[in-house]
Design a protein around this ligand. Structure first.
Ligand code: UFG
Length: 322
């Protein structure tokens, strides 16, 4: 049985579905503070906060073999305003999980880390051995959690894989689950809101960066490719007695303008694009060197930006009844 914290959220629910398709049993632990109950369509569900001492009941009830830990706050801007909230939820609650895992002899952990642990990268594409210098509390909360995992593994009888996600995007191709944040801050859903006329326009946060068209470049990765990497990470932990850290991106960068153009092409909708101020803390470029995960786990991404936008568009139309 695989325990999925945050399994009612965006990436957790897609991974839950992928695990079921691959024949694994799961139990979702989610307090529904950010997630959606109707995203839990597979496996068991237990309503707990990961920081709760009652979480022990879940470990007592199920024979848990591994934990995939998605539950976290994810908004960089909010983390700057409320750092304690981020350290408590993202770091301290993970310690509670680790304590219970030790107590119940659960020795495999897959962690949702982030490209934000690098801060402003020293070189592009980013390799895992670059210095970790997070520039906001969100990235910092994930960084210290990675350190806690490293120390835990050094003690023995415990291994982890930390997956440093780049820009998760796209949705389930069956339209059963998708991306839904409140408030929404991510680029692609906001562009699609402009496409359906829910927003008047889409703002580009700065067009004076040192990039070919002046807008920020990111590495967008389909959520199903992320889910697949989690399954491969689990299988790796089952077969190898070692911990590891992997970047998880397509290895290809797209500028904000290129993403907007792709959305216009896929949707066939035109909408206004406005150039706005830079957003604080946005590095000009974030592109993964994903060769390590490709080689070690045999992971290959299946979906490019057009598929990412097509799937997101399908979901967006569905939730807006179009
Ligand atoms: N952007 C705009 N206009 C918008 C929204 C975003 O121009 O209305 C730009 C951003 O400035 C950025 C790019 O689009 O250059 C992507 O922005 P997102 O907010 O979609 O994603 P981020 O790259 O900021 O964030 C992602 C994850 C975070 C994670 C971060 C790590 O979504 O959870 O990468 O760097 F913390």
């Amino acid at each position: 049985m695989i325990l999925i914290t945050g399994g009612a959220g965006y990436i957790g629910s897609h991974t839950n579905k992928a695990l079921h398709k691959a024949g694994y049993d799961t139990v979702v632990v989610d307090d529904l503070s950010k997630g959606y109950e109707n995203f839990i369509k597979w496996g068991n569900f237990e309503n707990y906060n990961t920081g709760s001492s009652d979480l022990r009941e879940v470990f007592e009830k199920y024979d848990i073999d591994a934990v995939m830990h998605f539950a976290a706050f994810i908004s960089v801007g909010e983390s700057v305003e409320f750092p304690q909230k981020y350290f408590k939820n993202n770091y301290k609650n993970t310690l509670n999980l680790l304590k219970l895992m030790r107590e119940f002899g659960v020795d495999k952990f897959i962690f949702s880390s982030t490209a934000a642990v690098y801060g402003n990268p020293q070189k592009i594409p980013i390799t895992e051995d670059q210095d970790l210098k997070p520039i906001n509390p969100y990235g910092h909360s994930k960084f210290i959690t990675e350190k806690a995992l490293q120390r835990e593994a050094e003690k023995g009888d415990f291994n982890y894989v930390s997956l440093r996600y780049f820009n998760a995007a796209g949705c389930d191709f069956d339209g059963e689950i998708g991306e839904l944040h409140d408030p929404e801050t991510h680029l692609i859903p906001l562009i699609l809101d402009a496409a359906i006329g829910k927003r008047e326009s889409i703002s580009i946060f700065g067009d004076d960066y040192d990039t070919p068209d002046g807008t920020c470049i990111r590495d967008y990765i389909h959520v199903n490719d992320l889910a697949d990497a989690h399954i491969k990470a689990y299988e790796y932990l089952c077969s190898e007695n070692e911990s590891n850290v992997f970047n998880l991106g397509n290895g290809e960068g797209y500028s904000v303008r290129e993403v907007i153009d792709m959305c216009k092409k896929v949707t066939g909708c035109d909408f206004e694009v406005v150039v706005d101020e830079r957003r604080d803390g946005d590095p000009a470029r974030l592109i993964a060197d994903s060769s390590k995960i490709r080689e070690k786990l045999g992971w290959t991404p299946q979906y490019d930006l057009s598929k990412i936008v097509e799937s997101a568009w399908m979901w967006h139309k569905k939730i807006n009844s179009i």
